[in-house]
Ligand binder design. Sequence first.
Ligand code: TXA
Ligand code: MG
Length: 345
Amino acid sequence: MPKTTVWSIQQIDQDTAKISVEEAAQMLKKQEVVAFPTETVYGLGADATNEAAVNKIFQAKGRPSDNPLIVHVATKQQMEEFVTHIPPLAETLITAFMPGPLTIILPSNGKIAANVVAGLDTVGLRIPDHPVALALIQVCHLPLAAPSANRSGRPSPTTAAHVLHDLDGKIAGVLDAGQTGVGVESTVVDCTGDLPMILRPGGVTRQQLEKVIGDVMVDPALAKKNEKPKSPGMKYTHYAPEAPLWLVDGSVNFIQNLINENNKEGLQVGVLASDELACQVTADVVRACGSRADLKQVAIHLYDALRSFSSTNVDIIICETFIEEGIGEAIMNRLQKAATKKLTQ
Ligand code: TXA
Ligand code: MG
């Protein structure tokens, strides 16, 4: 693989941006993989109708082949090309939340490559709310299969630098449009049953969904460890920084004592905390990721904060818990998955 091309985009309507998107689209048409920004995280895109192109995604990421990919389209009309039908419930969700951080699972009509859906008869579809993503899809005229553009198991990328850290030299290119806006991935909602079911919490909150479609079920596997998740990807370890992460539900004193005990044993301790806790603890490295009163900011900074420990020499990362409300459900879902140990005071 030749060097990974990096296209820097300031404004989508500039001529240079149009040329960059055109070049990236040409690469996608030639069955290459290209990373691009969405409103949630950067995705690693390939032609979703081409099995050979999609294989390159699995290879670059080191992703297990039984984990299906989300297909990104620009319009509802384009979505209709790949499903048997759109149930009324899904119509309502599309109208309310797309473009936006929502993925809906619908019955596939078989036109999407088999390796994208990992052999399932359903397909996950979303319309990303990002001008660069939408321009890319429109210019290449292809549905884009795109998982998050990280090595499998690592935190998702919210900047092009994160993408390059994981995948430089392994992918054809990356469209760099700066930091993404939401910071955590889309909410995945299964619309193939009688009732909608959240398979993965994300950028659209449960409360937002319920305002529009009433009661929403949540995959029981999200709460219980032993249940098999309905979304294949949810069973894997995910979002993990390089050092082991301990998720700690306790007071400032409890956390400070834990830091001190581990320091005494000769370990370098990192802390990932809200602004409120960060200014009250002393550790080898302390990273603040936003105020508890503004969990949207925590979501935006979470993955960058997790990744930032890899340039330090901490042996463990101690992370506080957040309230599981609104976007807090997605934040805690990711932290639970990243954690190697959970402690409660
Ligand atoms: O925000 C996002 O969703 C980002 C951006 C790039 O769009 N993408 C993303 O993709 O997070 P990925 O591959 O990291 O996560 C996709 C999730 C996995 O948990 C996968 O198992 C689930 O969606 N999924 C995809 N297709 C599915 C299907 N047909 N049935 C059930 N789950 C599905
Ligand atoms: Mg991912």
